[in-house]
Design a binder for this molecule. Sequence first.
Ligand SMILES: Nc1ncnc2c1ncn2[C@@H]1O[C@H](COP(=O)(O)OP(=O)(O)OP(=O)(O)O)[C@@H](O)[C@H]1O
Ligand SMILES: [Mg+2]
Length: 252
Amino acid sequence: MTEELLNVEAIEAGYGDTRVLHGVDLHLSEGEAIAVLGANGAGKSTLMMTIAGIVPSRAGRVSYGGEEITATPAEERVGLGIALVPEGRQIFGSLTIEENLKIGAACLKHRIGATAARKQVDEGIERAFTRFPVLGKRPNDSGSALSGGQQQMLAISRALMSSPKLLLMDEPCMGLSPKLGNEVYDILKALRSEGQSMVIVEESSRRALDFVDRACVLKVGRKVLEAEAAELADDENLLSAYFGIDQAVEQQ
Ligand SMILES: Nc1ncnc2c1ncn2[C@@H]1O[C@H](COP(=O)(O)OP(=O)(O)OP(=O)(O)O)[C@@H](O)[C@H]1O
Ligand SMILES: [Mg+2]
């Protein structure tokens, strides 16, 4: 039987007086990948940030690897193996590529001690530069000198620095050309084939449906559909009914 990795139960979250998530459930087994789809403002990023511990949940429960983490701070969740590649990438423009990568491993020092952490950081940086030679060629360039695609490579690499068990990807192709978007998806497919568990958020793209196991659709803070990815990918009517795929974008 597959082990449970993530279990989100009846989660409620929001900002100030605004309630955004109204009782959302999400389940992921170890080694599984799921897509969270939904229109602008549906609450996808809020859900990712609630799983990452950046936005607190007001009700409901989040458990990870069988342990409740509903109140666990974000930094500790990184240490437990949950890493978020945030919407818009959020690279530190004034820091170098290497410094950006080190931030992704900041939790390691407390978890495994300074000496082991230094070794893991060096190995992580080496892995990132092997995966993305373009970053390795210029480790001291500042984040702001990178193109959008390179910044996304850096954001993914930064998240991988903590060797996460669960990778949360929020709209990985946002603002990128279709060509660069395809390159980012090639990276995600490669990670997937290495067995990486992940949640991928997309607004109107069905690209993720090619290689995730399941997908769910959020609508105004509620999960309105969950299905096998293949089933959803084959059903144009279902997809367009729920979130109106932009065929023009898909065909690029
Ligand atoms: N920091 C914030 N303060 C107040 N309201 C917010 C904040 N962030 C998001 N919201 C509101 O919460 C709702 C859900 O936003 P969220 O960013 O989670 O949606 P989304 O599905 O990720 O949308 P998008 O496709 O635009 O990324 C929206 O109505 C948004 O305006
Ligand atoms: Mg969002």
